[in-house]
Write a protein that binds this ligand. Structure first.
Ligand code: ZN
Length: 264
C-alpha cells in the first residue's frame, strides 16, 4: 500500500491503547495497523500548511513568510501569558485571537519524563497530553481565558519543570508520580487572579501508548539529510514513530513535508 500527502500532526483517539491516524488529502491511515510492519518514508517536497506553496518549511509547518505573518504562529501560542484578546487588544488578528483565547483553558500537570506544568484549551484534553507522550496527567486549574492560564503557568514554573526530556520519554525511562500530591503541593503558588479556578477534587488520567518495543538509544530521522528511510515500526508515542533499529521520527516536527509512505 502506498500513501502520499503533506504531513500534519497525527490525529489521536484515546483508548487502550491510544489510536493514531495520519490524515492526508485523499488518504486516512490508522498508524496502529502498521505496527510490526515494514514502513518506508520518502520525502518528496515541501508544502507550507498555510500558503500551500512549495517553500522551505521554517517552523510549525509554515514557510518563513507565513510564520511571521499569520495569527496561528504568533508568540502567544507558545507563550500564553502574552495573550491580549481579553483586553480587546490585537496582536495579529483580533477576531482569530478572540476565538482561540477567550475560551476555557486548562493548566495541567503531566508526566512524560518528569512532572511538568502546561497549558491547553479545554477542548484539547487529553489530546495535548497524548501529543506530549505523558503517561499520566491531571487538570489543576480551569480558567475562562488563555491569559489567566498563561500567568498561572508562569507562576508555577518556579516550582515545577515546564519541559519534557523527549529522549527519556521515548525510551520510557519514566517513573510514576502521585500527581494529586503534586497538585496539593503547588496550590499555594497559583496566582491570586486564578485561585478561584483551582480544581481541588479530580484524579489523574492514565494514558496507554501503542509501543511493542521501546528504543534503547535514539537516532532521530531527519528527512532533509535522509530523504528515504525504511524500517519496522515498533511503536507510536507522543507524535513519534519508533522503529526497530532505534530510529525515531517526529511527525509533528515534519509538518509541511510532503511524503509518500509505503507499507509491507
Ligand atoms: Zn507559507
Amino acid at each position: 500500500m502506498n500513501y502520499e500527502g503533506v504531513l500534519t500532526k497525527m490525529k489521536t483517539e484515546n483508548g487502550s491503547p491510544i489510536q493514531y491516524y495520519l490524515v492526508f488529502e485523499n488518504d486516512f491511515l490508522n498508524v496502529n495497523q502498521l505496527l510490526d510492519k515494514k514502513v518506508s518514508i520518502n520525502f518528496l517536497k515541501y508544502q507550507c500548511l498555510n500558503c500551500r506553496l512549495e517553500k522551505k518549511i521554517y517552523r510549525q509547518g509554515f514557510c518563513y513568510d507565513c510564520f511571521y505573518e499569520i495569527p496561528q504562529a504568533a508568540d502567544w501560542i507558545m507563550k500564553p501569558e502574552l495573550s491580549t484578546a481579553h483586553l480587546d487588544k490585537e496582536d495579529r488578528d483580533l477576531e482569530y485571537e478572540k476565538g482561540v483565547q477567550l475560551q476555557p483553558h486548562i493548566v495541567y500537570l503531566a508526566n512524560s519524563s518528569n512532572v511538568k506544568v502546561g497549558v491547553t484549551r479545554k477542548t484539547q484534553v487529553p489530546t495535548r497530553w497524548i501529543d506530549q507522550g505523558a503517561h499520566e496527567a491531571i487538570e489543576i486549574v480551569e480558567v475562562p481565558n488563555r491569559y489567566l492560564a498563561g500567568i498561572t503557568e508562569v507562576a508555577l514554573k518556579d516550582h515545577v519543570a515546564d519541559k519534557t526530556n523527549w529522549r527519556n520519554m521515548l525510551k520510557n525511562d519514566i517513573k510514576d508520580e502521585n500527581l494529586v500530591e503534586w497538585r496539593d503541593r503547588l496550590k499555594k503558588y497559583v496566582p491570586d487572579e486564578a485561585k478561584e479556578y483551582f480544581i481541588a477534587n479530580n484524579i489523574e488520567t492514565n494514558l496507554e501508548f501503542p509501543v511493542l518495543q521501546y528504543p534503547t538509544k535514539l537516532k532521530s530521522l531527519n528527512l532533509q539529510k535522509t530523504p528515504f528511510f525504511e524500517g519496522v515500526l515498533k511503536g507510536i508515542k507522543a507524535q513519534y514513530l519508533i522503529f526497530e533499529d532505534n530510529t525515531v521520527f517526529n511527525v509533528r516536527g515534519n509538518e509541511g513535508y510532503v511524503v509518500s509512505i509505503s507499507v509491507g
